[in-house]
Design a protein around this ligand. Structure first.
Ligand code: TMP
Length: 248
């Protein structure tokens, strides 16, 4: 039994609650979604439940493969118990194929396969729209230590390998994703979430996005795409919330 106490933080797609154990928190996955740094807002019915299950699957897989992370266990449909880390204010983005801000910034066509994996650091600051950083910024501003940066880099590249392996078996191409890390008793843990809200997943055959880009670009069938990712990963079929509406 987990006793929730206070709301600690409310983000775009999640809430973090404190529990009676100061070392543990509860993440509540919301249906709300934001794009273009808050300029476009919406609600994807059922997204919270789906992302909670996808994160449970991915964090469990990553633990099994030796990536320490904050996930402890799923509590219910929308909530998971996690270790309360001190988040490092540096976001790591990993890119295998050109898309999103890299395409915009460089003019390289979306869908171009990169000759090597690209690793980018950004300042975690929503108001500043997470600006790009280089390694000298990170150490100069004491955002993370050189040892932490080395570990973040190693862990991010390993997560990329693990996810590519797992997703290729279910005909999903991993275009790019972002990761956040936190400190917990001197250990660096992968934190936040890994879901279609934070990754670009394309269907390997059709190259259709199966992620938040469907919302960003008004492509429709957003919740269906999230459900498809969950289904391919786990075999778990979550029914459409509208299907449930008529039932007692
Ligand atoms: P970008 O191409 O917009 O820089 O995004 C790269 C990856 O980071 C992509 O998989 C989506 C993810 N991302 C987030 O999770 N949250 C954000 O706020 C942004 C801008 C990107």
């Amino acid at each position: 039994m987990v006793s929730i106490t206070d709301l600690v933080a409310e983000g775009k797609a999640k809430r973090l609650y404190a529990t009676e154990n100061p070392e543990e928190g509860v993440i509540y996955y919301r249906d709300e979604t934001f794009a273009f740094h808050g300029l476009k807002r919406g609600r994807i019915i059922g997204k919270g439940e789906i992302n909670n299950l996808i994160c449970e699957y991915i964090f469990t897989l990553l633990s099994q493969k030796g990536i320490p992370n904050h996930f402890i266990r799923r509590i219910d449909n929308r909530c998971s118990l996690v270790k309360r880390v001190e988040i490092i204010p540096v976001v790591v983005k990993i890119r295998n194929i050109v898309a999103g801000s890299l395409a915009k910034r460089t003019g390289y066509p979306e869908g171009t396969r990169l000759h090597n994996t690209v690793l980018e650091y950004c300042l975690k600051d929503a108001e500043l729209e997470d600006p790009l950083l280089n390694l000298t910024h990170i150490t100069a501003m004491a955002l993370a230590t050189p040892d932490e940066i080395k570990l973040m880099e190693e862990m991010s590249l390993r997560v990329n390998e693990i996810l590519i392996g797992c997703l290729s078996e279910i005909q999903i191409e991993l275009i790019d994703f972002k990761l956040e890390f936190g400190r917990f008793h001197g250990q660096l843990l992968l934190a936040d979430e890994v879901s279609p809200d934070t990754c670009r997943f394309w269907d390997a055959k059709t190259h259709e996005p199966l992620d938040i880009d469907r919302f960003r670009r008004d492509l429709g069938n957003v919740e269906e795409a999230y459900r498809e990712v969950l289904h391919r990963l786990t075999g778990n079929v979550l029914r459409n919330a509208e299907d449930d509406a008529g039932e007692v």
